[in-house]
Each structure stands twice: as C-alpha cells, then as structure tokens.
Design a protein around this ligand. Structure first.
Ligand SMILES: [Zn+2]
Ligand SMILES: [Zn+2]
Length: 438
C-alpha cells in the first residue's frame, strides 16, 4: 500500500483528502503543522509528502528544504506542495526548495490521484554498493594538503608564487574518508588531481563548507569530479542567514554567471544542511563551532584517529587586552565565555588552520571585518596547546615577503611565550602527515 504524509493546518481539508485517498488505496498519516509533519515524514518515509505552503511554525518551503537535506538526494519520497496561491515566484521557489510537484487549491480529485500515481512510479535505483565502501585505506593515518590558502579573492601573480593565490581549499584524508574543507578556487586543481588518481573508479567525497562567501564556494562549478555520473559528491554546511543552502550554492551557477546549472551536474550531488554541531562524515567524528564572522560561518574540528585537525578559515578573535580597558562585567563575561569556547574547540589539536589575515597595525584599522590579527591567533593557539599552527586565509594584498615577515613575527611571539608550538604559514602544495598511534 502506498503511503502519504499529509501536512495541512486546515482540519477540513485534511479530512476530505484522507477519505479521498483512502478510497484509492492510499494509507494517509496526518500532521497539522510543518514541524510535526517533518518528524512524521522522517519516521514513516512515505511515498509522498503533501504539504501546504503557508502554515504556522514551519512553512512549506522549510518543510521541503529540511526533508531534502535530511532524506538525502536518493530518497524516493516525492514532495507535493499544495497552496491557495498561484504566484509564479512561489511555484519557482517551491521547486528550488526541493518540491516535485506544485498544485493550487481547489484540487480536482481525479487529477490529484493520477498525479500521485505518476510521480510515485518514478523511483531512483538503489545506490551502487561499491561506493558505500571507502576507497581509501582506513589504516594509513591522516593526510592534510593545502590547495588554496588565500582569503577574499584569488591573487595569482609574481608576488604570490611561493604561498599561492588560490582561495580556501584543504584536502583531508583520514580514517577511510576523503574530506574537502571549502570549495574556493583551489578546488579546481584538487578535482583534476582526484580524477587523475581515481581514473575510471568511482569515488565518494564530502565537501564541508565553512560558509558561503565567494572565496569558499567559487571553485565548486569547476570541480571536475562532480561532472562524472559515477562519483558521489556530498556537500555539507549550515544554512546561511537568508536562503537555503542549496539555493545559495545553485545561484552562483545560474545562467547569468555560469553556463551549466547545478541541477545539470551529472554526478550524484547531495546537499546536506547541517543542524547539529556534532556529526559524522562516514565514520569520522566532526565537531563544528560558529565563528565570529559576518553571516553564518562554522569552523570544523575533525577528530581523526591520528589526531585532531581544526579548520577555522574565517574568524575574528577579539583582542584579550580590551577586557582590561573599562569593559562592563557583562562584556568581559561574554569575552571570557567566547575565549573558553574557542579554547575547548582547539584544545590539543595536532593541526590548526586559523584565519590570521592581519598584522597588528592592519588589525587596528580592520577591527570588525571578521578576520584576526596574527598575534591573537598565536596567543590562543599556544594557550590551547595546539601542536602545529598554520596561518591561513592570507590577505590578498600580502605578498610572499609580507607573509614570511608575519610568520617570523608569529614564531618570535611563541618564543616569548616559551611555547614549543610549530608555526607555519599555509602554502599551496604543503602536505602534513599524521601517523596512527601505535
Ligand atoms: Zn573567507
Ligand atoms: Zn567570509
């Protein structure tokens, strides 16, 4: 028997539809608002979710986005949005949010039943079993490779040859998983390299996005593995402040900006909107923490079996010295709490990549821009007992000479703190290997 979860705040409409569908052999589960409907749909995994567009607590767009994110791209549950509104933009937005059909009330019984039969006859084949097995050796330790280390905008040219001009992208291989941190312009070369390495063997990759500022997503349309139908590409991030994650990522591939839309990418592309700060990529446990940066921006801590790798590409640390300068008790308590949260997040990391965009002089005129002063970064990393700190998200105006000078300053500061921390400035092509503990 086919099943449908019916989400609508109008009791009369639910009763009518339930008896209609029951006479055509459907089993109906009812929910009176979006939140209840999402929970019911995730529990029942029905053939169809029918949801009203305008409901209290959680509207139809949110229901679509949440179900698509949580059920994954290969789910066979179809979503039908029902509405009293015939606005073309609503219709478009519903499809963008993940609806399969959009129908306006009043609904003709015969049309509805025929449509439900039609859409539920189209089902995805099960996932090829080979891809469920990690292709990487889970016993080979952790590898971190830098493919893009620049902040804000890519900066090729003679002044950036040594550290590199591509924007944020870091590859991490750990515990059998292939993870990419951010999809800045560096991901283009990484994609080509992966395709060369794996050849015709399909593979699975998870891209963790810190936030959707350009310098962290702009390379994605050029990520070649997403154009091979046999590969599986998972994109994970927290929802931005204004739009659903999928809509934000897809919009940079709309026709005025790019010739191929995200929907046309032939690879298996799954967009997962993160909800919890604590989650897993395959078997790899990951912890997220929200950063001090405009919009919704996360840092990630990958707890690999060979040590913790922390990625904090965009974050403004507030200088601790300002606490002393007449701050209110509430303000200094807040600072203290934030400092403690970051210390816990970074604690004992084997590798930490941290936004260190400015030197002290530059920070004085860039406070509130969402990026840190290198001195504050060193101070925090030393206190958190980080073993290897990589200065990251280099300013587009900084030449190789300037970065080298900042690195020297950072190392000198660590020495005055009597710390044995290893500090490097992240550089394209740099590779770090962490062995599994014996
Ligand atoms: Zn950035
Ligand atoms: Zn940013």
């Amino acid at each position: 028997m086919k099943t449908v979860v019916l989400i609508d705040d109008e009791h009369g409409f639910r009763r009518l539809l339930t008896s209609l569908l029951a006479t055509h052999g459907w089993e109906v589960f009812e929910a009176q608002d979006g939140e209840e409907g999402i929970a019911l749909a995730l529990q029942k995994k029905p053939d169809v979710v029918m949801c009203d567009l305008l409901m209290p607590r959680c509207n139809g767009f949110q229901v679509c986005r949440t179900l698509r994110a949580q059920m994954g791209p290969r789910s066979n549950t179809k979503i039908v949005v029902t509405t009293g509104s015939a606005y073309a933009t609503d219709r478009l937005n519903a499809f963008e949010a993940g609806a399969d059909e959009y129908i306006t009330k009043p609904i003709r019984a015969d049309d509805l039943v025929a449509m439900l039969e039609r859409i539920t006859s189209l089902v995805n084949p099960p996932v090829e079993s080979g891809l469920e097995t990690p292709l990487l050796d889970p016993h080979s330790g952790t590898v971190v490779r830098f493919w893009g280390v620049r902040g804000s905008i890519s900066t090729p040219g003679p002044g950036t040859l040594f550290y590199g001009g591509n924007t944020s992208c870091v590859e991490v291989r750990a515990d059998g998983e292939l993870v990419i941190l951010d999809a800045g312009t560096g991901i283009r070369s990484l994609g080509l390299s992966l395709q060369q390495e794996f050849g015709s063997r399909p593979f699975r990759v998870t891209i963790l996005i810190s936030h959707t500022h350009w310098d962290h997503i702009q390379g994605f349309p050029f990520f070649v593995p997403a154009y091979y139908p046999s590969n599986e590409v998972h994109l994970m991030a927290f929802e931005g402040a204004r739009r659903g994650l999928e809509a934000t990522l897809a919009s940079q591939m709309e026709s005025p900006y790019f010739p191929i839309s995200m929907q046309q990418m032939p690879g298996h592309l799954a967009i997962h909107e993160l909800r919890d700060l604590d989650f897993k990529v395959g078997t790899l446990p990951v912890l997220a923490s929200f950063m001090n940066h405009p919009g919704v921006c996360a840092g990630y801590r990958l707890n690999t079996r060979s040590g913790c790798v922390v990625y904090m590409p965009d974050n403004e640390l507030l200088p601790r010295k300002s606490e002393a300068g007449g701050a209110t008790t509430e303000a200094s308590n807040f600072m203290e709490e934030r400092d403690q949260r970051l210390l816990d997040f970074l604690r004992d990391a084997e590798v930490a990549m941290m936004d260190a965009q400015y030197d002290a002089t530059e920070y004085a005129t860039h406070a509130g821009w969402g990026h840190s002063c290198v001195d504050d970064v060193v101070d925090l990393a030393v206190r958190a007992n980080v073993r290897r700190l990589f200065l990251f998200h280099h300013d587009p105006d900084h030449t190789d000479a300037k970065i080298a000078q900042m690195l020297a300053g950072a190392r000198a500061l660590a020495t005055t703190m009597q710390s044995s921390i290893i500090i490097e400035a992240a550089r394209e092509g740099m590779e770090i290997r962490l062995a599994l503990p014996k």
